[in-house]
Design a protein around this ligand. Structure first.
Ligand code: ADP
Ligand code: ADP
Length: 229
């Protein structure tokens, strides 16, 4: 479960990025975070992954009070959340198989378990035939599927996706959405997705949380995209 209680965050320049946010996301939910540029979406994500610390309030993810974690504990905490960005951030010198297995080697998983899990993940993201390919040999959509595979390889309870379709055409974006839905259902991963893509938000109806100037201005169970850029 994700819980934000009276969370505020401002930056050194005095900008109030988030103001008194109260929010609960249950295990297994699929939630969009929408809102115009500068409304606080990235800050919210940074609070969830421990990159930023709230000025006030508590950010609790799977019983961990993220804002109160010691700096040295943050990497361990991050093992339990997967993060996907707009740019794919695959390691260019490694194959797709190796990109995913690397993420599991880092956490010390047994070699045989790694191979089994990587094969399973490649199957899930429909890239079994691309195991030996390098990132630059894949389309953008395929690269993003690989990134998502890498992010969920360790069975995180939460997957955070920051504009995962931002660099993709509508057809590929739809594929990515279908994959995220599959992960949400099959792996029961909670998905929190920041997006500007009004077509997706309207086509794949999910709980939609709208931010504006650091406030939550709407939180609708089957939201749609009402306005914004
Ligand atoms: P969004 O992701 O919705 O575009 P952000 O969370 O990135 O919003 O930004 C919210 C506000 O905080 C904006 O006014 C932005 O300029 C400001 N901001 C974000 N990051 C920083 C930072 N590191 N230092 C100062 N101001 C920041
Ligand atoms: P096993 O000992 O079970 O045969 P391998 O390491 O030979 O395990 O790998 C089994 C399969 O996993 C291979 O057929 C290949 O498709 C894939 N694989 C393993 N390592 C890599 C790699 N570095 N790059 C791409 N594919 C790999």
């Amino acid at each position: 479960m994700i819980q934000l209680e009276n969370v505020s965050k401002s930056y050194k320049n005095g900008v109030h990025a988030l103001r008194n946010i109260n929010l609960t996301i249950e295990d297994g939910e699929f939630v969009y975070i929408i809102g115009p540029t500068g409304s606080g979406k990235s800050t919210l994500i940074k609070l969830l992954d421990g990159e930023e610390i709230p000025d006030e309030g508590d950010v609790i993810v799977n019983d961990v009070n993220v804002g109160k974690l010691k700096h040295s504990k943050v990497p361990y905490y991050r093992r339990n959340i997967g993060v996907v960005f707009q740019d794919f951030r695959l390691l260019p010198a490694l194959t797709i198989f190796e990109n995913i297995s690397f993420a599991l080697e880092v956490i010390g998983m047994d070699k045989r378990d790694i191979r089994r899990r990587v094969r399973e993940v490649l199957e899930l993201v429909s890239l079994s035939d691309k195991a030996r390919a390098f990132p630059n040999q894949l389309s953008g959509g395929q690269q993003q599927r690989a990134t998502i595979g890498r992010a969920i390889a360790n069975h995180p309870k939460v997957l955070i996706a920051d504009e995962p379709t931002g660099n993709l055409d509508p057809e590929m974006s739809k594929e990515i959405m279908e994959l995220l839905e599959k992960i949400n259902t099959v792996e029961q991963t909670t998905v929190v997705m920041v997006t500007h893509d009004s077509t997706l938000v309207n086509d794949f109806k999910k709980r939609t949380i709208s931010l504006e100037e650091g406030y939550i201005v709407a939180d609708m169970m089957k939201g749609g995209y009402l306005k914004y850029d």
